[in-house]
Design a binder for this molecule. Structure first.
Ligand code: ZN
Length: 241
C-alpha cells in the first residue's frame, strides 16, 4: 500500500516536472516562431485576416480564429486625431508581412488575446515601431514600463512625431486595459438579460468556453447561448473573468 502511494506521488511529481519543462520550452519557441508542427494550445500559424481597429486584428489559424490586441500600446479612437494613420499603419504592418505572435495575456477585459507581434522575420516589434513613430502611445501600466517602449516614446515625444504633434488629450477616453462601462445598465438588472451576440462553445466533454478563449471553437463541440457543463477555469465559461 505504502509503495503504491509513493509510486503515485512520484509519477505525479514527474508529470508536474514534464508540464513545467513544456511550458518553458513553449516560451522559448514562441519567441522564435509559432509556425512549428507541435499540436498544442498556443500553436498559431497562418495569417492576419482583418484589422478591426488600430492594434486589434483577427488571426486565422489552421482551424480557429482569434481576435487579438497588440500588447503595450494604445491608439487614437475613431473620433480622435491620428485614428486614420493608426489604422493604415496597422493594416500595412499586419496584413502584409507574416507576423510572429507571442501571447502576453490570455484575455483582456474585452476578451481579446493580448499579444506581442514581431514582423519582418523578427526584426520589427509592432508595438515599439508604433510608439517610436508616434502612431500610438505606450501603455506603461500594461507593459510594466517595458524599457524599449519607454525609450521609443521618449524619442517620439522629443521629435514631436504623430500624436505628439498636437496637444490632444487622448487619455480622456478609456484605455483598453480598463473595465468597460455597461452601456445599457437596465440590461444587467433584468432577470432574463438578452445578449444575442454571446454564444458559448461547449466541447463534447462538457467544458464551457466563452469567445476569446483559446479553446473557443476548438476540437469537437457546439455553439450555444444556453450552455450546460463545467465552466472553463481559464476563461471562466459562463462567468466572465
Ligand atoms: Zn475557456
Amino acid at each position: 500500500m505504502r509503495i503504491i502511494k509513493v509510486e503515485f506521488f512520484f509519477s505525479f511529481f514527474l508529470l508536474l516536472l514534464i508540464s513545467l519543462t513544456d511550458s518553458f520550452g513553449e516560451l522559448n519557441k514562441s519567441q522564435v516562431s509559432l509556425s512549428g508542427n507541435d499540436a498544442n494550445s498556443t500553436q498559431l500559424k497562418q495569417e492576419v485576416i482583418r484589422v478591426i481597429k488600430p492594434g486589434v486584428f483577427d488571426y486565422q489559424s489552421q482551424d480557429f480564429m482569434v481576435r487579438m490586441r497588440v500588447w503595450g500600446v494604445e491608439f487614437p479612437k475613431r473620433e480622435q486625431p491620428g485614428y486614420n494613420e493608426a489604422l493604415t499603419f496597422s493594416e500595412q504592418k499586419l496584413l502584409s508581412a507574416s507576423p510572429k505572435i507571442q501571447i502576453r495575456q490570455e484575455f483582456d477585459l474585452q476578451n481579446l488575446k493580448v499579444v506581442e507581434v514581431t514582423i519582418m522575420n523578427g526584426q520589427m516589434n509592432f508595438s515599439r515601431e508604433a510608439i517610436s513613430l508616434g502612431i500610438g502611445w505606450h501603455s506603461e501600466k500594461e507593459s510594466n514600463r517595458y524599457g524599449p517602449f519607454v525609450i521609443a516614446q521618449l524619442k517620439a515625444k522629443r521629435l514631436n512625431l504623430g500624436i505628439w504633434a498636437n496637444n490632444f488629450n487622448y487619455k480622456q477616453i478609456q484605455s483598453p486595459s480598463s473595465l468597460p462601462t455597461p452601456r445599457l445598465p437596465g440590461m444587467y438588472n433584468s432577470q432574463r438579460s438578452f445578449v444575442p451576440s454571446l454564444s458559448f462553445w461547449v466541447t463534447t466533454f462538457g467544458k464551457i468556453h466563452r469567445p476569446g478563449c483559446s479553446f473557443y471553437q476548438r476540437g469537437r463541440g457546439n455553439l450555444t447561448s444556453k450552455p450546460q457543463g463545467l465552466d472553463c477555469r481559464i476563461c471562466g465559461g459562463r462567468n466572465s473573468k
